[in-house]
Write a protein that binds this ligand. Structure first.
Ligand SMILES: Nc1ncnc2c1ncn2[C@@H]1O[C@H](COP(=O)(O)OP(=O)(O)OP(=O)(O)O)[C@@H](O)[C@H]1O
Length: 595
């Protein structure tokens, strides 16, 4: 699960980020003053309007009210103007600064190309992290300092009318502007810190569960992966409910506080014999001032939510500590228990697969025997139905007609967690999960020890790379294996399939994406790593390395058009010989070009 994102102390994260605001300090202070002027205009408007209404009730001569009437109009208009200019000035300063921050962040990332791999989760969060800097200024610092300034002015104004009333107001504002924000921070800090990584993990779950559905099913891990994702979703829902409840409670206390402070101010003013009209002004002014101070609760709440993102950006900008964000939750391995796969006979009788009604069949009345322990390659032109055959064998695609049986038992009668132990392996476009190398491999066999991981990885040609990584087996491979090369991803998927060691190992293009020399080496080590007695069904574009197999089946348009051993097929006219000669010629050219 994601953890605290950085090694930087939190306070210094804000300092690092704010250092970048220095060139725009003038604009930011201007925005803060305009924000304070907006709040003050609102407060003064309420107080003046109250004075006007209460004084007008006594029917005084109109000229005594003229100034107040003009003031109310002026304050109402200036409030809107101040708000507009404050937004303009604040956004102008912050957007200029954010441009600098983005440039610095990207420059740091570009400079770190050779650094240890960063997690995809951290990278995908980068954009919102940079926005946290923007929010820190616009939603926390500017409104927070404006609220603090207006609170001081309000207390000063109240002191001109009555000192005891000003004292009561000061206490109320302190509780609303300092005590309540502190309370809100304490109540929500832990939950807020857990929230962002949990949301990231849930997003990764959603991608893994959809894109990796076929692989999870192939390894019988769908149930456990779904359970793990549901657990995280429930935890997230609980946290969000708790945060919402805490937020509502703090808001309710804020409203109560406004009432209590107003009551205290009124009582203090009455006790000090303040005239009735001014008591009214004090009461309404207090309500408005407490509301302004309560903006600090919102600012504190925002700050709590922004801190993790700020710390990540600061860590990047400081470039002292690598942003070690999430070690994301990987797919949980299937239920434990050693995979003991007995040799099995597989039979396809008249299997037809039609993806769409009316379309040509992908497999056309295919009969195929795969006796236990036999190693068979399936080759053929593109679109011949090779991957469809692999999907039918692993239960991913159901035949439209015909029957697939394993040890005489219909494939459809195998339970979801039983089938992967009988028939399984590497399907086309195998999915690599946003998790560590170890977690990705253990999906193949949950109880595998390090020796077994090493053996499978060595056969797939991945072991050297794993050993060269600082985190070894715990290297995070990124979303969809994005931090691996195409070849490394393929080797990882192959190692996982080898570790699964089902009775019938289906390998759909296991060396795809590897250069010819590497492909030959990996195929040879893969076949050598498959224990005798286990059947292998190898689907391959490349015809090199198939000489040692028991049989080669050539498919075309869903039908078997040739079958035999490599030597026999090369000797006979047909697709296999043509393709073999073509590939030989092409690879000789490739080898001639290779230094
Ligand atoms: N999910 C699908 N929906 C519809 N048609 C499909 C689907 N998968 C495969 N087909 C069609 O079935 C036929 C066989 O496809 P398949 O992928 O099995 O061939 P292949 O021999 O593995 O090809 P390649 O060597 O190019 O991977 C093709 O005509 C293809 O268009």
């Amino acid at each position: 699960m994601s953890t605290a994102p950085t090694g930087l102390p939190r306070a210094s994260a804000e300092r690092t980020v704010l250092r970048l605001a220095r060139p725009y300090l003038g604009r930011l202070v201007g925005a803060g003053l305009l924000a304070a002027a907006t709040e003050f205009a609102g407060l003064a408007l309420m107080a003046t309007a109250t004075w006007l209404l209460m004084s007008a009730a006594g029917r005084p001569p109109l000229d005594r009210l003229t100034v107040a009437i003009v003031a109310v109009r002026a304050l109402a208009i200036s409030r809107g103007v101040f708000r507009y200019t404050e937004r303009l000035a604040g956004h102008d300063a912050v957007l200029r600064m954010i441009t600098d921050v983005r440039a610095r962040v990207f420059a740091t990332l570009a400079g770190r190309r050779a650094a240890p791999p960063r997690t995809g989760d951290a990278l995908s969060r980068l954009v919102s992290d940079v926005e946290a800097v923007q929010d820190l200024l616009l939603r926390v610092l500017v409104p927070g300092s404006a609220a603090a300034l207006v609170s001081v002015v309000a207390v000063g104004g109240a002191a001109l009318i009555s000192l005891p009333a000003a004292g009561a107001l000061a206490v109320g504002l302190l509780v609303a502007g300092v005590g309540l924000p502190l309370l809100a921070t304490v109540l929500t800090r832990r939950a807020a810190a857990e929230l962002a990584p949990l949301r990231g993990a849930l997003a990764a779950d959603a991608i893994d569960l959809t894109h990796g559905a076929a692989d999870l099913a192939a390894f019988g891990a769908t149930g456990s992966a779904l359970d793990a994702a549901s657990r995280r979703a429930r935890r997230l829902a609980r946290l969000e409910r708790r945060l919402a409840a805490a937020g509502f409670a703090v808001d309710a206390v804020g409203t109560l506080l406004a009432g209590l402070t107003t009551g205290a101010v009124v009582l203090a003013a009455l006790a000090a014999d303040v005239p009735g009209v001014l008591v009214g002004v004090l009461a309404v002014g207090t309500l408005a001032a407490v509301e302004v101070a309560l903006a600090l609760v919102g600012a504190a709440r925002q700050w709590t939510q922004l801190r993790a993102g700020l710390a990540r950006v600061a860590a990047l900008l400081d470039d002292t500590t690598a942003a070690t964000a999430a070690v994301p939750s990987g797919p949980e391995p299937a239920a434990a228990g050693a995979v003991v796969s007995e040799p099995r006979d597989v039979r396809l009788d008249g299997v037809t697969v039609r993806y769409r009604a009316g379309a040509a069949p992908a497999l056309d009345h295919l009969d195929l025997d795969l006796p236990a322990g036999r190693r068979v390659a399936v080759v053929g032109p593109s679109g011949a139905g090779k991957s469809t055959l692999a999907a039918v064998l692993t239960g991913a695609v159901r035949p439209s007609t015909g029957r697939v049986s394993v040890d005489g038992r219909d494939l459809t009668t195998y339970a979801e967690d039983e089938l992967p132990r009988a028939v399984g392996g590497l399907l086309a476009e195998a999915y690599v999960f946003h998790a560590t190398v170890r977690e990705n491999l253990l999906l193949g066999r949950p109880d595998a020890g390090e020796d077994e991981l090493a053996r499978a990885s060595a056969a797939a040609g991945l072991l050297e790379w794993v050993r060269a990584q600082p985190a070894g087996w715990d290297t995070v491979v990124g979303e969809e294996g994005g931090q691996l090369s195409g070849g490394q991803r393929q080797r990882l998927a192959l190692a996982r399939a080898l570790l699964g060691a089902p009775a019938v190992l289906v390998l759909d293009e296991p060396t795809e994406g590897l250069d010819p020399a590497a492909a030959d080496a990996v195929l040879a080590s893969t076949l050598a790593a498959t224990p005798p007695g286990r059947s292998v069904l190898l689907i391959s574009h490349r015809l090199s390395g198939l000489a040692g197999l028991d049989e080669i089946v050539v498919l075309d348009a869903g039908r078997v058009v040739q079958r035999g051993r490599h030597d026999e097929l090369v000797a006979a006219p047909g697709w296999y010989r043509d393709q073999w000669l073509l590939q030989e010629a092409a690879e000789r050219g490739y080898l001639a070009l290779t230094p």
